[in-house]
Ligand binder design. Structure first.
Ligand SMILES: Nc1nc2c(ncn2[C@@H]2O[C@H](COP(=O)(O)OP(=O)(O)OP(=O)(O)O)[C@@H](O)[C@H]2O)c(=O)[nH]1
Ligand SMILES: [Mg+2]
Length: 325
């Protein structure tokens, strides 16, 4: 089984921690979770990401961090595998945070909108440094959440609307969670829901994950000497793959139901017609069997991934749900 290659857009203001997050995610997913691993499609990219990560963990203080992105759009190609069998490829866009601001050019915006429309998953990064206390209108300005909402609106207006049968996955990643972990988690979630209200409306078809991540619990208290120990960084990718599997599984089940109906209808016909259609019948039965096997594989993979997702908060059509198969 190999799922269709997808595009993921990652948005967040400058300094939100997007690139740092990407490096941490790659380091963790190279080793893997539950047998699932990630590898850069390109060996040079693998080397580059690994070197940047080495720098982040071996240095202390300001020098360890990546420099703010210079190019507006940076792309990374990855393969997500299970037991080294590629399951799904994706292209990841790290969109320069500065380009979300007032200084964005028309071309920056047009390119982003185009990429967004081709994307199957969205990662919205908001930094915990702006969630230290209850949100105010200033928070919205700092996080550029309204700008992100505008882009989601753009996606909706041109692309087909997500709906309950065809949900669109969005991961809201609270980066630098070490800076706000003193706050009650439910309060933070309530604030996040206020910032992105449209994603939590009933019957809207959004499948949303709210996920706190950090590159180290100690970073908040002692940034100069803290060790880098990533927390939760694998979850957004697991969520992206889980939601593609979920959609693919639904498609297969729909096909299975139609195949079953056709097969049943053929079996209802009189014996002579059945005799004439014998080879067709066999063909239909074998298709159904192949389909069943594939559904079982999808479900097995989903089960493993959903175990990981129990640690995050998931919402579908505005209500909290648990990741299931
Ligand atoms: N406390 C804490 N700080 C972090 C963490 N991750 C990143 N930072 C800080 O956030 C700064 C910005 O991180 P980047 O990854 O460069 O931010 P970015 O979103 O890629 O910014 P642009 O490239 O300008 O869009 C870093 O220089 C670190 O100081 C984290 O997990 N915890
Ligand atoms: Mg960056």
């Amino acid at each position: 089984m190999r799922l269709e290659e997808i595009k993921i857009t990652m948005l967040g203001t400058t300094g939100a921690g997007k690139t740092s997050y990407l490096l941490g995610m790659y380091a963790v997913m190279q080793t893997g979770v539950q047998g699932f691993t990630l590898a850069a499609k390109d060996m040079d990219l693998d080397l580059e990401l690994t070197q940047r990560w080495e720098k982040l963990i071996s240095l202390k203080g300001e020098d360890r961090w990546p420099t703010p992105n210079a190019a507006t759009m940076e792309y990374y190609g990855f393969d997500f595998s299970y037991g080294f069998h590629p399951l799904m490829g994706f292209e990841w866009l790290d969109y320069r945070g500065l380009a979300l601001g007032d200084r964005s050019t028309e071309q920056d915006v047009a390119e982003l909108v185009q990429y967004l429309q081709a994307s199957s998953c969205l990662f919205l990064c908001i930094s915990g440094e702006h969630l230290i206390s209850e949100i105010t209108p200033t928070t919205v300005r700092e996080l550029k959440s309204d700008r992100m909402n505008q882009f989601i609106q753009q996606y909706i207006s041109v692309n087909k609307n997500p709906h309950p049968q065809k949900p669109f996955p969005v991961a809201i990643i609270i980066t630098k969670y070490d800076l706000c972990h003193h706050r009650d988690k439910d309060e933070i979630i309530a604030d996040v829901k206020k910032l992105f209200q449209a994603l939590f409306t009933p019957n809207s078809g959004w499948l949303v994950m709210i996920c706190p991540v950090s590159l180290g619990k100690e970073l908040g208290d002692a940034p100069e000497k803290a060790n880098i120990v990533p927390v939760n960084v694998h979850l957004p990718v697991v969520f992206a793959v889980y939601s593609q599997l979920r959609a693919y599984g639904l498609k297969l089940k729909d096909q299975r139901d139609r195949q079953t109906l056709v097969l049943e209808a053929t079996k209802q016909q009189n014996p002579l017609i059945q005799f004439i259609k014998a080879s067709q019948l066999r063909e239909q039965a074998s298709q159904l069997e192949t389909n069943q096997t594939e559904i079982a594989t999808v479900e097995e993979n989903m089960k493993l991934l959903s175990q990981e997702l129990q640690q995050a908060s998931l919402y579908f059509n505005g209500s909290e749900v648990t990741a299931d198969v």
